[in-house]
Design a protein around this ligand. Structure first.
Ligand code: M6R
Length: 607
């Protein structure tokens, strides 16, 4: 969703901010803007709806050089998509960019309107700027005006303010992501809502906490200072030297990030057991397994929720622990029955999904221990949970989550394994490592057969509707397959428990509907008889099934044979790669924007 980048330093700040904003394009946005202090020491603002290129074109015509700049990509919430509602918002040599939602904006706006304040936009964000301006007009120093305003507004937000008179930048957040970084060699200082914007630009990175004001300035001994709300110097940030050299904008030889990320899976699968059994992950796994609990509540959104369904199967099957998975957006408002001796387990790629964070806060408040399976170290979820298990997926740029799903499930499997006594035996770990390696090998083999899957995609992409069906362990990946397809190919797809079709949806089946039937070794006969039911109603059958099974093959219009032997509980992940490739190629034939599908954002930081 919205993205923030601010830069201060000897280099051209506008160029650095545009570079940072481009890296955040993957999050989704509908307009972009920058404001900066130009060579004549005046505040300038440029904003434009649509792609960053539209903005960049205008900026290039101006031949701009600036020493301080803030920028924003907006994903509209309050107020339609237009240039005026785009950020930054400016008044009296002050400029503001904002991520999140100010919940009491309309009440605050009314108060300001009564005082005669004239708003330019319909956004909640401008209310923050208006309050700062109002405080300054009433004699406050700028820093005090920002702090006073911060104390009045409600909701999860990150605010970044540029002082057009001095070039200094202030940033503060409440429940929303914010990161600051310094390049100690070039004396540049940056702020962003996403660490990927700073990759390769900084060598020191800080994650400030809520209620800590960040002050970016040059000409000071410290380029970056943190203050508590009483203006005392603060140390409340997570300082971490991170490997930020990786450029997330590099697709390598792949046409899309999604395809690149699908292909990264075998390597990631191979390295996960090493990380948790021999490497740096041992400590966090040990801490997680020491958490004592009688039941697990899994909450997550979208793909991460489907990963949670597989993890539920693991915890119940291998650990006999009662487990209830639930969508975070429902859980948070449902007054769920949760007790302090239970565990809240939260799954998230970004660690910034608003509903998942709210579910975590609810569990924490009720006294539960909380554990995350999360990709982004230092994210809000990571910081808020009692313990964390990193899923180690690396940067995921494609909006459609692929490798993160695989790693979430596998990290869940490792967590589940660690809870049993047998985990103390080295031989158990060796066996598990072999099974992960086997999965990686099968995925490698499958990727080598991409052309075959592409041909199936080409034959079916124009049909009217798609049912992904599966039973038992394959049901969650049927749901995930359908989500992936609708998300990137914009076709109607549903994931269904195969046994449920005859309770309603079978009425939809005709020769224009495709059933992508997952028929793995578990509940094979039963799943196959469900395929028969669809076949009898003239549905088009694409079966993902065991290699060499004549009966399944003859029943199908298209058959994608898989080698399931030895994969056991990991086999849903193997099937899921077929679904990933099918969706990818169908979207490609449809000609959609695969990495940045319409209406979607990579990280859903509003509810
Ligand atoms: O960052 P998270 O894992 O918390 O995100 C959750 C969902 O928004 C995400 O998985 C979404 O469903 C994906 N775009 C699906 O591909």
């Amino acid at each position: 969703m919205c993205g923030i980048v601010g830069h201060l330093g000897p280099q051209n700040s506008v160029e650095s901010v545009i570079e940072g904003l481009k890296r955040l394009e993957y999050r989704g946005y509908d307009s972009a803007g920058v404001s900066f202090v130009d060579e004549t020491n005046h505040l300038k603002v440029f904003k434009k709806t649509g792609k960053i290129e539209n903005l960049q074109k205008i900026l290039e015509e101006q031949n701009i050089s600036a020493r301080s700049c803030i920028g924003h990509t907006r994903w509209a919430t309050h107020g339609e998509v237009n240039d005026t509602n785009s950020h930054p918002h400016s008044k009296n040599e002050l400029s503001l960019v904002h991520n999140g939602i100010i919940e009491n904006a309309s009440e605050l706006r009314d108060g300001l309107l009564k005082k005669g304040y004239e708003f330019n936009s319909k956004t909640d964000s401008e209310v923050f700027l208006a309050l700062v301006v109002d405080h300054v007009e009433n004699g406050f120093e700028l820093i005090d005006a920002i702090i006073a305003t911060y104390k009045i507004v409600k909701g999860h937000s990150a605010f970044v303010i540029l002082n057009g008179k001095t070039g200094e930048i202030f940033a503060i957040k409440s429940g929303a992501p914010l990161v600051c970084g310094i390049n100690t060699v070039s004396s540049e200082v940056l702020v962003s809502s996403d660490p990927y914007a700073l990759a390769g630009m900084v060598d020191k990175i800080y994650f400030p906490e809520d209620k800590v004001l960040c002050h970016l300035s040059v000409g000071n001994t410290n380029l970056l200072n943190f203050y508590e709300l009483d203006k005392e110097k603060s140390k409340r940030y997570l300082s971490k030297k991170q490997d930020m050299v990786h450029d997330p904008a590099d697709k390598g030889d792949f046409e899309h990030f999604m395809l690149k990320e699908i292909h990264e899976q075998p390597e990631l699968i191979r390295s996960l057991t090493q990380f948790y059994f021999q490497g740096e992950g041992r400590d966090s796994l040990e801490k997680a397994r020491q958490m004592d609990f009688s039941k697990v509540h899994i909450t997550a959104c979208g793909t991460a929720y489907y990963a949670g369904l597989v993890v539920r199967d693991y915890l119940e099957k291998f650990n006999k622990i009662s487990c209830s998975p639930e969508l975070a957006s429902e859980f948070r408002y449902r007054e769920p029955l949760i007790k302090p001796n239970e565990l809240g387990l939260f799954i998230s790629q970004s660690g910034e999904t608003a509903d998942t964070l709210a579910a975590q806060a609810l569990c924490k408040e009720a006294g539960l221990k909380t554990l995350s399976l999360v990709n982004v170290e230092g994210s809000t979820l990571f910081r808020d949970c009692t313990e964390n298990l990193l899923i180690r997926a690396g940067v995921e740029i494609g909006v459609a989550s692929t490798k993160a799903f695989t790693q979430q499930v596998l990290t869940g499997r490792i967590f589940s394994a660690s809870l049993n006594e047998e985990f103390q035996n080295e031989s158990f770990k060796v066996e598990m490592t072999k099974k992960f390696a086997l999965l990686a090998q099968r995925v490698d083999e499958l990727l080598a057969r991409s052309e075959e899957i592409k041909e199936v995609a080409e034959s079916i992409y124009n049909y009217e509707g798609f049912f992904f069906t599966g039973r038992g362990v394959y049901f969650p990946v049927a749901l995930e397959g359908a989500l992936k397809l609708k998300e990137i190919a914009y076709v109607h797809a549903e994931g269904y428990a195969a046994g449920e079709l005859k309770h309603g949806p079978i009425a939809l089946i005709d020769e224009q509907k495709v059933n992508i039937a997952i028929v793995g070794p578990e509940l094979f006969e039963k799943a196959l008889s469900n395929v028969q039911e669809i076949k009898a109603r003239k549905g088009v059958i694409v079966t993902i099934g065991p290699r060499g099974n004549k009966e399944a093959e003859e029943l199908s219009d298209y058959y994608i044979p898989l080698d399931f032997e030895g994969l056991d509980e990991l086999s849903p992940l193997y099937v899921n790669v077929v679904n990933q490739l099918l969706s990818y190629y169908m979207a490609k034939f449809k000609g959609t924007d695969i990495d940045k599908p319409r209406n979607l954002a990579k990280s859903v930081t509003v509810e």
